[in-house]
Design a protein around this ligand. Sequence first.
Ligand SMILES: [Zn+2]
Length: 228
Amino acid sequence: MKQNETLSFIKANNLSNLIFDDLEFTSKTPLRDDAFEMCDDEKIKLISEHFSKIMHILGLDLNDDSLKDSPARIAKMYVKEYFSGLDPKNKPYLTLFKNKYNYKQMVIEKDISFYSNCEHHFVPFMGKAHIGYISNGEVVGLSKLNRIVDYFAKRPQVQERMTIQIANELKDSLKTEDIAVVLEAKHLCVSSRGIKDDTSITTTSALFGKFLDMDTRSEFIRLIEKKH
Ligand SMILES: [Zn+2]
């Protein structure tokens, strides 16, 4: 399904909100209590050693010039880039501004690109996030919305959870329930292996507050569908 078709499908079938029995519980990334007792450098060292073993078991010659630095490179990429959003110390700080111009309509930032990794296969999924909110007296610098998306993308993830984590974070930071988040993504674990479907796109959404009203919801969907 193309982007427009997917969104129309959601609209037509009234699927615009994920409902979970326990939103708080399902939205948490399962981390151990001791997750950050070890420093980044120590993690990189250990992951590098373990990845060498994986490559060795696969039969690769780690003395080869092209391969010898891969374990350390991958370990560093995991800790400092791909999975840096696990660590709360990397969470972006949201600066809020007084909504002096008294803007009371929805603010939408759409087509925010993101790259994440599926926690079931540890291969990438990537796509676009669309965010809407209605100010509760304060507004946020727009690039901060990109940073929030990026922070939650940089974890082993499932798309449904990532959608809710972004929405919950925005509810907390912007002190409003009036938040909408839609994610559309292509999953390499679906396209490059298994069923090998190269065209399917997964859409998830989490709408809260005024975005649950039919009119507001429709306006949001219409605006994120609109081409430039
Ligand atoms: Zn997967």
